[in-house]
Design a protein around this ligand. Sequence first.
Ligand SMILES: Cc1cc2nc3c(=O)[nH]c(=O)nc-3n(C[C@H](O)[C@H](O)[C@H](O)COP(=O)(O)OP(=O)(O)OC[C@H]3O[C@@H](n4cnc5c(N)ncnc54)[C@H](O)[C@@H]3O)c2cc1C
Length: 596
Amino acid sequence: MGQYVAPLRDMQFVLHELLHVADELKQLPKHADIDADIINQVLEEGGKFTSEVLFPLNHSGDREGCKLDTNTHEVTPPKGFKAAYEQYVAAGWPSLTCDPEYGGQGLPMVVQNSFYEMLNASNQAWTMYPGLSHGAYECLHEHGTDEQKALYLPKLVSGEWTGTMCLTEAHCGTDLGLLRSKAEPQGDGSYKITGSKIFISAGEHDMAQNILHLVLARLPDAPAGTKGISLFIVPKFLPNADGSIGARNPIFCGALEEKMGIHGNATCQMNIDGAIGWMIGEPNKGLNAMFVMMNAARLGVGMQSLGLTEVAYQNALIYAKDRLQMRSLTGAKEASKPADPIIVHPDVRRMLLTAKAYAEGGRAFSSYVALQIDKELNHPDEAIRAEAVDEVALLTPIIKAFLTDNGWISTSEAMQVYGGHGFISEWGMEQYVRDSRINMIYEGTNTIQSLDLLGRKILLDNGNKLRKFGEKIRAFIEENGTDEAMSEFITPLADLAEKVQKLTMEIGMKAFQNPDEVGAAAVPYLRVVGHLIYAYFFAQMAKIALAKQDGGDNFYKSKLATARFYFGRLLPETAMLIRQARSGSANLMALDAELF
Ligand SMILES: Cc1cc2nc3c(=O)[nH]c(=O)nc-3n(C[C@H](O)[C@H](O)[C@H](O)COP(=O)(O)OP(=O)(O)OC[C@H]3O[C@@H](n4cnc5c(N)ncnc54)[C@H](O)[C@@H]3O)c2cc1C
């Protein structure tokens, strides 16, 4: 069933040649002793684990799905998932970037980011079990009390317990202000939580001893809307003070959702019937605390689609070199065979290069953002930390939406390379298309990400964060503007940077008159900014490749060809997107709802 080989060379290119991660980490006292060798070793081990242990369970997990025993409310994930999780825990993978105070290894996020790409490429459904735990760890680490941290963090760090995020209810997904779950104070510091949550990923399973549910609910006197939401930790089994497992808490899986993809992950309806929980953070400020988990999850979802893009590309490439159909338009390329391999055909190459370019662009961009997170967390200079905070805030919705839209495009193109065989489940390609579709929906739909970017992160901020990031792009343009070899990249990059600036101002002006203008422009706007960022990274990668292409290493030739394809074939989409973004809200809002 296909293959997955972690793209170590490309990861190392991004980390060491493009981002000079080891040098950057030297500035952070916590990571000063991390060098390129350590990073490479972790990636190599990660590559082995993901391709040898997780990838073989991907297709079988999709076929088999999860099972709920309605009498016991217990959920059994597909065969092999639990054993793979035990191996993951035994190897210490859950603790990779966690705080050494709680048993973590304290490695940088930028290393974990590449590992997450591998995990998701090999098995997205499996990865969601430990993936959500990490978000719960981050939330508790930032907002938990000392007692909560001492009790829960070592268990999450070791992987003995996993975590979930319980936000969604049947009547409220995007609009969390509508949520109804209740939390009654018990007078002893605990709360009794009652409510019903839906779509809870990894909500019940037998892979870990305990599950820590992070649940949003309302206190009895809470104000309406988002200002009246608090966050609670609701363990499946109540922990004893020594960390051992106590009584079963009444938070049960009532049903499993039947769904389009990620069948190996248990998507649970959770009934909470007076379960005991403890508040995390302050009353009515639960969304604030939950945002730590949501932001981590948004970056994680981007990595899900990056992984799927890569694995779909790898398999489509093998198929395209093997499958014989028709002759090349320029004459037979493999005359001894009855037909040429389909990789000779220009449009098959377009499909392959689309996935290749989106994988390589996404890898460069997401690694850059992960490095900014390391700076945000650990740089000794406050000004640099603040700059990193702003960049991560600006770029998170783009990682979530642009990478997942591109994942959908890429998996679909990769499936198309197989012709009819792509549609047949035996080859595994249709699973990637199905699995990738949810990534555009959960963790805030891509529309919501685009509103967050344009409305909150750009217009409400008077464009300051975007301007600061734009200065980095401008500096690169100025530095390379006179290099003739770079002009094929610098000219379109500079052109798009100027257009984005004008477009932002134009939408901002229109939004003063009519707020619907933001909603009407946001989705194409995010895609345009996503392309600006990819063009910036592809131009930097092309510069490195131009300098090294004559050294006999074909990697750089391939990188340069991919950059040229990106600028020639994918970036031009921005012309259409800018026209769409500028076309205004009138063509969307003219029709009364009853006239549709
Ligand atoms: C497989 C799966 C796993 C999930 N895992 C979890 C989980 O672990 N924990 C959890 O809490 N939730 C989870 N979810 C829920 C997921 O996050 C929500 O489905 C998602 O946030 C959208 O909410 P909704 O489905 O209620 O859609 P709605 O909010 O009803 O939205 C419907 C449509 O309206 C659009 N829309 C809504 N408001 C606006 C607006 N202001 N402007 C423009 N368009 C708007 C949306 O973009 C969408 O297209 C999961 C969902 C699925 C399917």
